[in-house]
Design a protein around this ligand. Sequence first.
Ligand code: AMP
Ligand code: FES
Ligand code: ZN
Length: 239
Amino acid sequence: MKCRVCRGPAVIDLRRHNANFCPEHFVKFCRDQTAKAIGDHDMLQRDDRVLVAVSGGKDSLAVWDILTTLGYVADGLYVGLGIAGYSDASADAARAFATTRNLKLIEVDLVDTYGYDIPTGSKAAKRAPCSACGMSKRHVFDEQARVGGYDALVTGHNLDDEAAVLFGNVLRWQTPYLGRQRPVLHAGDGFPRKVKPLIRLGERETAAYCVVSGIDYLVDECPMAEGNRHLAYKEALTD
Ligand code: AMP
Ligand code: FES
Ligand code: ZN
């Protein structure tokens, strides 16, 4: 297996692109794909102040890394969800990344700030944990972007995430959701612009990007997400 660019030994094959890459050219490929998504969809301007929502997982650390190497000024935002056995490890991964790269990480803990964590909050609201979690995170993202005067809020949603959401919304024919699923949500009514620069990269690619770039990410998935519909749609598509 040879790298498409330099013919050196390849470490990954990307059937979707009919290409193999060595570590150096794979990293370049991921950065180029991200730059293309940003350019094609007019996601970010060069002088934007960017806030990256970071969970400590592969996607959000990869997008933070790529944006800084592309020259964007980007701070991180970590939301502590109070999920035992998961939140501490995810915070550690986000902090370690920020420290080693001298990047600013804003931390908001749901218990300290709002007096609830996801396990108890979701029960009180009679919502599934992931739904309460998604709402809480979106609120904190909006609030921190507004207070901090950021132009755009970046999340690490990748191609597999977007395909699974599209699949679910088509199966249940959720037309309002279908209309809103875009790579860019424009700013308005006090909400920041929201962008997803990794929509051209699949999950396997963002994981490989982290491994090849020496980014230590939290591999474990959230224990409360087990059995949720989004993961089932993803598995169905992967099969
Ligand atoms: P999820 O909703 O877990 O699929 O995550 C989607 C995106 O939301 C991730 O790629 C991150 O950008 C962001 N995110 C998830 N969890 C957190 C968190 N605890 N703190 C900050 N951002 C998060
Ligand atoms: Fe939100 Fe698990 S990360 S419920
Ligand atoms: Zn190469």
